[in-house]
Design a protein around this ligand. Sequence first.
Ligand code: PRP
Length: 211
Amino acid sequence: MAKTLNVALPKGRLGEKVYAMFEKAGFECPSIKEGSRKLIFENEEKGVRYFWVKPSDVAIYVERGAADVGVVGKDILMEYNPDVYELLDLKVGKCHMAVAGKKDFVDDRNRTLTVATKFTNVAKSYYSAQGRDIDIITLNGSIEIAPILGLSDVIVDIVETGTTLKENDLEVIDKFEAISARLIANKAGYKFKGDLIEKIRLSLKEQTENV
Ligand code: PRP
């Protein structure tokens, strides 16, 4: 029996873009476009099964082997450091990890800095490399509100177009890491389905070179 490749895709705009790349690579699954609320789609003939999962959960599915491969932002890999193979930079979903604060914010290095973020580990390692004491406030979204309401001095978050910062009167203090979507693979899955995964990787790579 042919092996089925399980692929975890991030639900949302990035996932749709990435699915189009898999389709172009010859691993189409037409039922995915039917606009239903289903989350799992299979093309038996091509030996591929796609799952739509929350972007921040893709790495968990892949690390634990529920998916053989997946597509995840470099931000998630930096934050959770999952035990997976990072196979390819897909060069989509580009943005930056940045520190931002209110326009009039002046850093007093003698005070502990309060930092609001979803990316606790990223923020800790960024500031520990600078020998800076920080107090982390972990939030799950709408991080930009924190400095405005005085909950934190600064935020560590993703900046894509910069619109969210601008519309909330915040500005970038330091853009410190370029982020983009990565193809990742489960380590055991890569051993058993390596030929198929390599075939997909090469075709996706070719597409990233033609943009
Ligand atoms: C992300 C990020 C910023 C915004 C940046 O939020 O946390 O808020 O996008 O994009 P921009 O620079 O193009 O404005 P997301 O939409 O994921 O929502 P969240 O508030 O739930 O994190």
